[in-house]
Every structure is written in structure tokens, then in C-alpha cells.
Design a protein around this ligand. Structure first.
Ligand code: ADP
Ligand code: ZN
Length: 344
């Protein structure tokens, strides 16, 4: 188990890489902790949860809502949780977002930590302290920024991860490479999904590298005024597509990144955008889809990143260098409309 300490203004996070789930007992008192997980994770890793207090939720983004937060709070009351209780989210992004959110409002805030069980949660969702729930079609509309006390990485959970979820994680990993790290991008080009799944050392290297990339930007800009916005690469259009069509987060973000790369070519003269398409395909992510501009735009204008009629869109100067590019909404709409015509 490798220990690392990260100090942020909204809290200090202890990170444990290459750890095993049962090492949790070194971080919390089993009797005074409550685990939040979902049915899939619980049923596939049942023995790990023995003798823990567990709240098991139905899986799926559609349950990342206030109603579920209320249900968790009811169960915490049943467990007679108090201010000294630690809440532990064991799961993907849905579970970590909900756990962090409930822990930051229950009794005005209790200690919490995460054991991310999806690749996406390991490299993205569990890092940065953003917690919250969706409201209707609006993702993460309600929430808080508060850091978990600890993050424990047990790569063993990934043995049961469905293929689709691997691709979801790689969407964010490819995103990190595009905006921050050309070398990482080249490495991703060189490897394959199959090889990374099999080689635990390579997997651990990629996870830790991506955690470091995300943490570095979060530390510099905890409250999202500057560079942290770069993490939205592919996400503005991505979120709109995700709510309007039957796509996973990773698939929607992949499509959003292809659009953003196309736009970067048009506006900033990005070269080699075809390499982005190639790498996304390599990790089994979609790169082309036809969609309805108007339908997507009604959601897109509600994006939290919009200020009045300007949107801070994330483009690439080159692979490995993301930039914040302010754009007028109607200008963006024209581009999206041209792009959808091209994809017909
Ligand atoms: P994310 O936002 O990280 O993609 P979710 O919380 O939506 O995560 O989880 C995605 C799906 O994967 C859910 O159906 C969840 O139950 C399932 N899942 C999470 N971790 C594992 C795992 N280690 N093994 C199998 N299924 C998992
Ligand atoms: Zn994302």
C-alpha cells in the first residue's frame, strides 16, 4: 500500500494506492462507519462487506437524485449514525457523488471517504471534491465542494467491471491526455484496452498518472475559476448529448471531444485531430453520431459554465494543450449546426 497526502483548502485527502479493501479498518472504526454501495458491487464482492454497516442502493445515474439522498439519510438515522460516523462510498461516480453529498449535509457534515470501484471513479469522479445530485435533465445541479478524508484504491474491484465501464473510464483518461499530456496520449496510442486490463502494473501506472494530472489542476484551481475548466473538454456538448440520447457518459464525452477537436481545427488550426478519433476508437468509444441541434441546444444553454450569452468552450491548441475559449452562444450554435450537417 502506497500512501500519499494531498492538502487542498477544502480539506486534506489521504490517498492509498495498491491497497486492499480490508485495509479500510486501519482508516475507520468498523462499528462507527457506514458504507454506501450499489447492488451490482455488493453482489459481486459480497464477502468484502461482511460485518460492515451497509446501505445498498439501486445502480444507475437515474438514482443520483435528492430522493436517494433522503433515503440514505433515513438509513443513517436507523443506524443511529452521529457526528462521529464516517461514511464510505464504495462504488462508481454515482455512489461517490451521492456519498460526498450526503456526508456534507448530514448533521452539517460528517467525515467521509471513497473506495472507487470503476476506472472512471478512480481517475476522475472521486477526485476533486465535487459532490451532488442531478435535478431532472440537469446534471450535478445541486451539490457541494468538499474533499473526502481518504481514497483507497483496490484494483481488485476492476476484475468484475463490465467492458462498457472500461471504455467510460478511458474517455476521461484520453481527455486528460488531450488537454495536459502529449506523452500520455502517445502511450495510449501504443497500448490497447486488452493489454491494460491484463497488465496490472501498467493499469496502476495509468491510474496513478491520471490521478496526479487531475489533482494537479484541482489543487491549482479548487473552485473552478481558471485551469480546472479545461477538464470540461468534450463535456459541454457531451452532457447535452448524454441527457438527450441513450449514451453512457464516456460515449457522450467521446462524441463531445470529437466535436471540440473539429472546432479546434477550424478556430485554432489544431493538427492531427484524426489521431484523437483513432485513439477513441482504439478504446471502443464512438466518434460519429447524428443528432438534433435544437434538441441538444436547449440543454446546452443551461450548462453551469454559461455566463450570460458567453460560453467558455474548451479547445485544443495542440494535443496535450487545452485552452479556454470564450464563445458567443449563437456562434457556437452555428458551429454545432454545421457539424451535424457534415455528419448526416
Ligand atoms: P461511473 O460514474 O463511475 O461510471 P456508476 O456509479 O454509474 O459509475 O457505475 C457504473 C456501473 O458499473 C453501475 O451499474 C455499477 O453498479 C457498476 N459497477 C461499479 N463498479 C463495479 C465493479 N467493480 N464491478 C462491476 N460493476 C461495477
Ligand atoms: Zn466526465
Amino acid at each position: 500500500m502506497k500512501k500519499q497526502k494531498q492538502v487542498l483548502s477544502s480539506g486534506t485527502v489521504e490517498m492509498y494506492f495498491d491497497a486492499a479493501f480490508n485495509q479500510l479498518t486501519k482508516l475507520v472504526d468498523k462499528k462507527n462507519a457506514v458504507i454506501v454501495t450499489d447492488e451490482n458491487i455488493f453482489s459481486k464482492h459480497r464477502s468484502k462487506f461482511k460485518n460492515w454497516n451497509v446501505i445498498t442502493l439501486k445502480p444507475g445515474e437515474q438514482y443520483k437524485i435528492q430522493l436517494t439522498a433522503d433515503a440514505i439519510i433515513d438509513q443513517l438515522i436507523e443506524f443511529q449514525a452521529d457526528r462521529s460516523t464516517t461514511l464510505i462510498g464504495v462504488g462508481g461516480g454515482v455512489i461517490t457523488d451521492l456519498t460526498g453529498y450526503v456526508a456534507s449535509i448530514f448533521m452539517r457534515g460528517i467525515r467521509f471517504g471513497f473506495v472507487p470501484t470503476t476506472l472512471l471513479a478512480m481517475v476522475d469522479a472521486s477526485i476533486g471534491g465535487k459532490n451532488g445530485v442531478d435535478v431532472g435533465a440537469y446534471k450535478n445541479l445541486v451539490g457541494s465542494i468538499r474533499q473526502p478524508a481518504f481514497l483507497l484504491y483496490d484494483y481488485g474491484f476492476l476484475n468484475t467491471l463490465p467492458d462498457m465501464e472500461w471504455s467510460n473510464g478511458f474517455a476521461e483518461i484520453i481527455k486528460h491526455a488531450c488537454i495536459f499530456d502529449a506523452r500520455m496520449f502517445d502511450e495510449l496510442k501504443k497500448h490497447s484496452l486488452g493489454r491494460i486490463k491484463k497488465e496490472k502494473k501498467l493499469l496502476a501506472y495509468i491510474v496513478e498518472k491520471n490521478v496526479a494530472l487531475k489533482l494537479a489542476v484541482v489543487k491549482k484551481d479548487e473552485f473552478e475559476k481558471g485551469d480546472r475548466r479545461l477538464l470540461n473538454f468534450g463535456h459541454t456538448l457531451g452532457h447535452a448529448l448524454e441527457t438527450q440520447y441513450d449514451l453512457t457518459h464516456g460515449q457522450a464525452v467521446a462524441l463531445g471531444m470529437v466535436f471540440a477537436a473539429w472546432l479546434s481545427e477550424k478556430i485554432l488550426g489544431l493538427k492531427k485531430s484524426s489521431e484523437i478519433i483513432q485513439v477513441l476508437g482504439q478504446y471502443k468509444l464512438p466518434t460519429f453520431a447524428s443528432f438534433d441541434t435544437d434538441r441538444v441546444f436547449t440543454i446546452l444553454v443551461m450548462d453551469k459554465k454559461r455566463v450570460s450569452n458567453t460560453m467558455h468552450f474548451i479547445l485544443l491548441d495542440r494535443i496535450g494543450k487545452g485552452v479556454v475559449h470564450p464563445m458567443k452562444i449563437n456562434q457556437l450554435q452555428k458551429y454545432v449546426s454545421t457539424y451535424t450537417q457534415l455528419n448526416k
